[in-house]
Design a protein around this ligand. Structure first.
Ligand code: KG4
Ligand code: ZN
Length: 405
């Protein structure tokens, strides 16, 4: 197998620079190509800018990436100058010289935000004359499990529950290029349903952490919410019915308490203006979280029963994998089936460039192993400006790229 050790620079470790801008987090990272050590990781989130809209506004997100990515690049450059000064004091080389490849997310995501990261990646790759890798964000979430580790712990197989703001999927992975999509949500994703519940209660964005913290404070009776797709033997998910059941509970509560609304306003009002009762908010958050996790568990248990012999590790990834109730459920499911659970550190569950860097190393190894022999062919696959930005989220693209073994 071709070795990344060949790509080295004098004195400083060879690094991969990774860039993530698929939604509302601008993030850059530097990872050692040889040891996978994470050397630099920064991100600027945009939660405050989107919170009053209860979700990400693409145009605002794009403009903020245009401001924030250069700020991060400046910080990265200063890091490289200090890093190099400490290790090789007389080294006068370009501070970016240790960077030997660039990895950037180009799909799936918001096209107007992806393009900000892709433009920066192209400019840097052209000026430094180094390979540029276009990477899949979802696959990046999978590799968040292995940040800082030289070996990706896949064993005889890795089962994956991917729970982010855009996707809810069960996957089976055999190795870098064999990932089978087993099932996914038919409508809203798990994380998105938390965002929408938070929006209904005017709690802000992103809703996941907020809803979870309200739920954690509650230990009373739960409202009876439906378990989605209870009688369906398949493994797909659905969260829109549950979301609507929450909406109805909120409306019921608002109508029973808001004495100031006149009859006409009551008819017009589909949503309560604002719910002040913290006890009710905690109860609805706890009831929703319990039902949403029960649904995930119901389908994941079926996945274990059907595909259990194909994997020994089970990873939970994506922004919503930070949910501690979900982790506790997965923990006991894994114990029951004799599987080893894997999670990313909490700081790398939501979108970040470190996971794209870890994936980038694997992609580079893979590309070197399968490298065409002629130099012209060899550079073609890596050439900047050679690939398109994929619009929005394209599940078919994900299915096409990874195939069922
Ligand atoms: O992976 P991610 O950062 O972005 C996408 O790729 O979409 O995931 C963000 C999603 C948001 O919907 C957010 O509300 C959700 O992850 N999330 C959570 C929690 N923390 C973040 N959902 C449930 N519980 C949490 N603790
Ligand atoms: Zn994500």
């Amino acid at each position: 197998m071709a070795s990344l050790k060949k790509i080295h620079s004098l004195g400083n470790p060879a690094m991969i620079l990774s860039i993530e801008s698929s939604c509302d987090d601008s993030s850059l990272a530097l990872t050692s190509l040889e040891t996978c050590e994470l050397l630099f990781a920064r991100k600027i989130s945009q939660d405050l800018a989107h919170t009053r809209f209860g979700g990400v506004v693409p145009e605002i997100a794009s403009r903020l990436h245009a401001q924030n990515l250069p700020l991060l690049l400046e910080q990265l450059k200063n890091f490289l100058i200090d890093f190099s000064a400490q290790r090789t004091p007389n080294n006068k080389e370009n501070p970016f010289a240790p960077i030997k490849a660039i990895a950037v997310t180009n799909r799936p995501g918001l096209s107007v935000t992806l393009s900000e990261g892709v433009c920066m990646a192209n400019a840097l790759a052209l000026s430094l004359n180094i390979p540029l890798l276009y990477l899949n964000h979802l696959k990046g979430h999978i590799y968040s499990l292995f940040i800082g580790q030289m070996q990706a712990k896949i064993g005889k197989g890795l089962g994956i529950l991917l729970v982010s703001g855009g996707h809810t999927q069960l996957l089976l992975m055999r190795d870098f290029s064999h990932i089978a999509l087993i099932s996914q949500s038919l409508d809203d994703s798990f994380g998105e349903s938390f965002d929408k519940v938070a929006k209904m209660l005017s709690l802000g964005y992103p809703g996941g952490g907020i809803v979870e913290s309200f739920a954690r404070k509650y230990d009373g009776t739960l409202l009876p919410l439906p378990l989605p797709l209870k009688h369906d033997k398949g493994l797909n998910f659905s969260f829109s019915g549950l979301k609507n059941a929450v909406r109805l509970e909120i409306q019921k509560y608002a109508k029973s308490t808001d004495k100031n609304l006149n009859q006409q306003e009551k008819i017009q009002s589909n949503q309560p203006k604002s719910i002040e009762d913290k006890a009710f908010i905690a109860q609805i958050c706890a009831s929703f979280q319990s039902a949403a996790c029960a649904h995930l568990l119901d389908k994941t248990r079926k996945f274990f029963a059907r595909f259990g012999e194909k994997f020994e590790y089970f990873g939970v990834v994506g922004g919503a994998s930070a949910n501690l109730t979900l982790r506790a459920h997965i923990e006991s499911l894994c114990k029951e089936f004799g599987k080893t659970p894997l999670y990313a550190p909490l700081e790398f569950c939501s979108d970040n460039a470190a996971m794209m860097g870890r994936l980038g190393i694997e992609a580079l190894k893979h590309a070197l192993k399968n490298a065409p022999k002629s130099p012209a062919e060899r550079t073609a696959g890596f050439s900047p400006l050679s690939d398109a930005i994929y619009p929005k989220s394209l599940p078919e693209d994900f299915i096409k790229e990874y195939f069922i073994s």
